[in-house]
Write a protein that binds this ligand. Structure first.
Ligand code: NAD
Length: 284
């Protein structure tokens, strides 16, 4: 499959390049910041005409480009919501019928452990919740992304899978990620499953590894053919020695969105985004 990736220069984009190529896909790599050494061309998804042009010859899109954490409403709306609209509209215009959207657990961040009612394998799991409960403007933009995907499926018959990604880092960065980690290998496997599952229609599903401590269901991803090969538990001794055993009644561990549920609304969190927007480094 010939796949356009937006935001390909970012953390997840770079994790996907090798596994998707190894799975036989031909990639068109784009990002706001081009990178000649990685073969990444310039594409700002807020530019509708450029987004249409970038779709030439593609048969699917993996849309990662955007602001990856909390920021002022106007920025979030312009990049994450209008950018997603531009991607979906460009897909229609160029005949692309499958789009994978990088949504987030923060679209449903206010759900808590007590909302997990599905009993599976001796534990309670939170099934993929249909109704969003965003925890930030960022999470709201992911909920908006998902509902745009649903609209484009119903209107145009497009297959759209919104992945509610957990914590996709090379290794789990903290004790919360013992439940929420999506490993670099598993992000390749879940995106490949989204690209190749027969007629998935519209879905909004959690994307995490099969972590021993997870409490979000991975049934939605499994139904598409995803088989996780990783588990954050191997990092538990080191993270617990550093952060302590997670207290499940602490909101950080009780809510899907963790600390995002309590971060100041509209305050830019990501250092890379602060740099992009010329904002001072709060830690400096
Ligand atoms: N990594 C995670 O744990 C995680 C969790 C949930 C959701 N997500 C989502 O997955 C996607 C990728 O996340 P990431 O961790 O790789 O973030 P990242 O910040 O490393 O990568 C995002 C990329 O998008 C690019 N970008 C920003 N504005 C753009 C624009 N206007 N047009 C095109 N590209 C633009 C950036 O240059 C960057 O390379 C994001 O949409 C993020 O919200 C990530």
């Amino acid at each position: 499959m010939r796949v356009l990736i937006t935001g390909a220069g970012g953390r997840i984009g770079q994790m996907l390049i090798e596994p998707l190529r190894a799975a036989g896909h031909t990639l068109i790599l784009t990002d706001l910041h081009p990178d000649e050494s990685l073969g990444i061309d310039a594409l700002d998804v807020t530019n509708a005409a450029a987004t249409v042009a970038a779709c030439a010859g593609a048969s699917a899109i993996v849309h990662l480009g955007g602001i990856p954490s909390e920021a002022p409403f106007a920025d979030i709306n312009a990049v994450n919501v209008v950018g997603t609209y531009n991607v979906l509209a460009a897909a229609v215009e160029t005949g692309i019928d499958r789009v994978v959207l990088a949504s987030s657990n923060h679209a449903v961040g206010f759900y808590r452990r007590s909302d997990a009612t599905r009993s599976f394998d001796g534990r309670l799991e939170l099934a993929d919740p249909a109704a969003p409960r965003p925890d930030t403007f960022y999470g709201w933009s992911k909920a908006a992304m998902e509902s745009l995907g649903s609209l484009y499926h119903d209107r145009y018959g497009m297959d759209v899978i919104a992945l509610r990604i957990g914590t996709c880092f090379t290794t789990p960065p903290d004790a919360r990620a013992l439940t929420t980690w999506l490993s670099p290998g598993d992000v390749g496997r879940v995106v490949h499953a989204c690209l190749t599952a027969p007629k998935p229609g519209f879905r909004a599903i959690f994307a995490i590894s099969d972590n021993t401590r997870r409490w979000w269901s991975i049934d939605g991803a499994t139904a598409l053919g995803f088989v996780s090969e990783d588990d954050a538990e191997e990092f538990a001794p080191e993270l617990i020695a550093r952060d302590g055993e997670p207290d499940r009644s602490d909101p950080t561990h009780d809510r899907v969105g963790g600390t995002f549920c309590f971060a100041p609304l509209g305050e830019t969190m990501s250092p890379a985004v602060r740099r992009d927007r010329g904002l001072p480094d709060p830690t400096a």
